[in-house]
Design a protein around this ligand. Structure first.
Ligand SMILES: [Zn+2]
Length: 349
């Protein structure tokens, strides 16, 4: 399976006022690239230098006042846009580059078919909603523009690819993505996240607005959920859903912060799940277009161990059909609730 990585050193120009005090800092990309190099994955990739997105692509998703706020703050030297999220002098330009890196993946996958397009970008995006903070969240959670939503909108509206499935495995709920597509039935958003942590949204009963009921799927898992729990969710919900919907493109919000001891949450996922998920996506890519993968969270060991495991799983799929998953009882209960709530919309569940 072919691998493309979109990366530019310019992504490091988005930096906190005091680097060591913020988990979302340029060092993350150095960790990611070193891990990919050490595992031999970087050498297997065609590395592409991303182009900045047109402002129109960003304005298709975000309100112009919010975009202008980011531009103005950058121009004035930056600062904190809220308690969690900083803007630095280059942030506006770098954020446009991040959106561009995601959009580029849509175009390239249309051309190449079943490849993996990995956008190694910063700042992350899935908490950013139309007006900034989304669904009542207290902050933007380190995000500026919603890269994956902008790519999905581009795929949907400009390239006429419908429907699209966005799978979000960052440990935090992708509240921005969900808000943006709340009433859009062409974009199915499936979000696996840790219950009870920031941003506090993503309940099982939240299934989309009137025009799009059943197209937003939330799977809030208990603290300490691990590989078997995630693999169970993937097999019980994600796979049947994708094969029923038959999307024109699959997009993945790849957060690696559910990894054991990554630092900002309390899940116990390891490389096993990331390899499994990537292998499953690689098999899906044979039926649908390839996967556009956009980096979200992941701060330490998740980037170091989970990212290369994910990439390896995609280009050399490893599916153990004999493996029997043993999820926690609490996870089975959540999955049963998800199925019950969505059954009338997605008969397969
Ligand atoms: Zn996260």
């Amino acid at each position: 399976m072919q691998l493309f990585i979109a990366y530019s050193d310019d992504h490091k120009k988005h930096r906190p006022p005091i680097a060591s005090t913020h988990p979302e800092n340029p060092l993350r990309l150095e960790i990611a690239i070193e891990a990919l190099r050490n595992s031999g994955m970087w050498d297997k990739a065609d590395v592409i230098v991303p182009e900045r997105a047109d402002l129109d692509n960003v304005l298709a998703v975000h309100d112009s006042d919010y975009v202008e706020l980011v531009r103005e703050m950058s121009k004035r030297g930056g600062g904190y846009i809220d308690l969690d999220t900083y803007v630095s002098p280059h942030t506006f330009d770098v954020a446009l580059l991040a959106c561009g890196a995601a959009i580029q993946g849509v175009r390239l996958l249309l051309e190449k078919g079943s490849a993996l397009f990995l956008s190694l970008l910063r700042p992350p995006g899935h908490h950013a909603g139309r007006y900034g903070r989304a669904l009542g969240a207290p902050t933007l959670g380190f995000c500026i523009f919603n890269n994956i939503a902008i790519a999905a909108k581009y795929a949907e509206e400009v390239m006429k690819l419908r429907p699209i499935v966005i799978i979000d495995i960052d440990v935090h709920h992708g509240n921005g993505t969900q808000e943006i597509f709340w009433n859009d039935a062409n974009v199915i958003h499936v979000d696996i996240h840790e219950h009870g942590i920031y941003p506090g949204t993503g309940d099982v009963e939240d299934i989309g607005g009137n025009e799009a009921r059943g197209t937003k799927v939330n799977i809030p898992l208990p603290h300490y959920s691990g590989d078997d729990d995630y693999i169970y969710v993937w097999k019980e919900v994600v796979e049947p859903l994708v094969f029923t919907i038959k999307p024109r493109m699959i997009m993945l919000s790849l957060g690696l912060d559910a990894y054991l001891d990554d630092g900002l949450a309390s899940m116990s996922v390891t490389s096993k799940f990331f390899t499994f998920a990537a292998s499953s996506l690689a098999l899906m890519a044979k039926r649908f277009l390839g996967t556009l993968t956009v980096l979200e969270g992941g701060y330490t060991v998740g980037l170091r161990e989970g990212l290369p495991a994910f990439v390896r799983g995609y280009i050399q799929p490893q599916i153990d059909t004999e493996y029997r998953v043993e999820p926690h009882r609490g996870v089975r209960i959540v999955v049963n609730r998800v199925k019950k709530v969505l059954r009338e919309f997605l008969g397969v569940l």
